[in-house]
Write a protein that binds this ligand. Structure first.
Ligand SMILES: *[C@@H]1O[C@H](CO)[C@@H](O)[C@H](O)[C@H]1NC(C)=O
Ligand SMILES: *[C@@H]1O[C@H](CO)[C@@H](O)[C@H](O)[C@H]1NC(C)=O
Length: 376
């Protein structure tokens, strides 16, 4: 009987495989800046994305919550977390009430241990969340009860220190991201205000963060914002928001720079800030980065041996201020969130060349700032 069942499952899988690796469309959660006005955004919005047809369908407001500028999907796919980017910063936990409608229900919230929280990440087990607070330049680790999705008071904390040369943006520390490396040994955080990257030893037994090293970015005024690891963890790619460039580092708790490359065309001289950076999820061969001002996505090829980047393409985002984007787990599509033109725009990815092509699929949403996918 068991053998028959196993055979049946195997056959079903094999039967489905070439045509569709996923039975249902992907649920897309979009975090936004909210306001009090009737036409302002109200919280986190849900969309359904059909990868085979490249169609994006709005499902409406998933839950009302203040300034959910960054969203995180729990590894169990049962819970969603968001920041409330406000003076008294919060991390809020929600339960996915329906994978059909995307509705979220509140579980609880906790202090983010600072003001202006703007980034969330988790470990693979899903029993800790890391949060970066931009305004206060603080980072924290908060436990999650994986049986009910509730978030607990922080167990790890650090106040970053220092400043740098940009008088408008770098008079104090501004933690812009925090995430674990691939081996989950260290949590790494880019501080835009002091041009530094902090490495913390993370101890899952008690949830503490302990400083392990500080890397200075090569040029003062770069303003490191977000970073990503190569899949083999040999290299780190850091988006320098203020100089619109990527610095490639050889990874260790104190990192060695190997290249800095502009995300802009050489003839573009108007104001620009860099925003998001991601490595292509299935191949690791391409890197994508957004330009706010030039309003484009820069596409680079990645030399997997040396880590070095070379420019492939600049693609218009068909909107203004592409603060965030995400790549579907199968690596076939990229969706960008244009904060100031209130739209999502879908691109297909040529997985051989890395190049982007606009598919024509778009959706409207007010002040979108973060895109995350639920794998139902
Ligand atoms: C939401 O974020 C915006 C932009 O940072 C800020 O101006 C506004 O005060 C925030 N709202 C609240 C309620 O803190
Ligand atoms: C920059 O060069 C590109 C490619 O040659 C051209 O299409 C574009 O119009 C130029 N932009 C400016 C601002 O000169």
């Amino acid at each position: 009987m068991l053998l028959l069942l196993a055979l049946f499952c195997f056959t079903m899988d094999a039967w489905r495989w070439p045509w569709s690796s996923k039975a249902s469309p992907t649920l897309v959660y979009v975090g936004t800046y909210t306001g009090e006005g009737a036409t302002d955004s109200k919280g986190i919005y849900a969309f359904s994305f059909d990868d085979a047809k490249s169609v994006i369908t709005p499902l409406g407001l998933a839950v009302a919550t203040t300034n959910a500028s960054y969203v995180l999907i729990h590894p169990s796919q049962k819970y969603v977390f968001a920041v409330n980017e406000q003076d008294d910063g919060k991390v809020v936990a929600f339960k996915v009430a329906s994978t059909q409608t995307g509705q979220l229900t509140l579980i609880n919230d906790q202090s983010s241990r600072g003001s202006g929280p703007c980034y969330l990440s988790t470990n693979k087990a899903g029993n800790y969340i890391f949060v970066a607070n931009y305004n206060s330049g603080t980072v924290a680790a908060l436990p999650v009860d994986t049986t009910d999705g509730s978030v607990k008071e922080s167990t790890g904390f650090d106040q970053q220190t220092g400043s740098s040369v940009n008088p408008d943006r770098q008079t104090s520390p501004h933690a812009h991201c925090i995430l674990l490396d691939k081996r989950e040994e260290y949590a790494v955080s880019a501080d835009l205000g002091s041009d530094q990257i902090y490495s913390y030893r993370f101890t899952p037994a008690d949830g503490t963060l302990e400083r392990a090293g500080i890397t200075k970015v090569p040029e003062p005024g770069n303003g490191p914002r977000h970073l990503v690891f190569s899949d083999d963890q040999e290299f780190v790619y850091v988006m320098n928001e203020l100089m619109s460039s990527i610095t490639v580092f050889k990874y260790s708790p104190i990192m060695q720079p190997v290249q800095t490359i502009s995300t802009l065309p050489s003839n573009f001289t108007a104001f620009n800030t860099g925003a998001e950076v991601l490595v292509h999820p299935t191949s690791g061969k391409f890197l994508y980065a957004t330009n706010r001002g030039h309003d484009s996505i820069a596409v680079f090829s990645v030399d997997r041996g040396t880590g070095l980047l070379s420019l492939i393409q600049h693609m218009s985002v068909q909107g203004r201020t592409p603060r965030n984007f995400n790549i579907l787990p199968d690596g076939n599509h990229l969706i960008v969130a244009n904060q100031d033109s209130n739209n999502l725009v879908v691109f297909s990815i040529d997985t051989t060349t890395g190049r982007l092509t606009a598919t024509g699929a778009t959706a409207e949403v007010k002040t979108p700032t973060c895109i995350k996918f639920l794998n139902t």
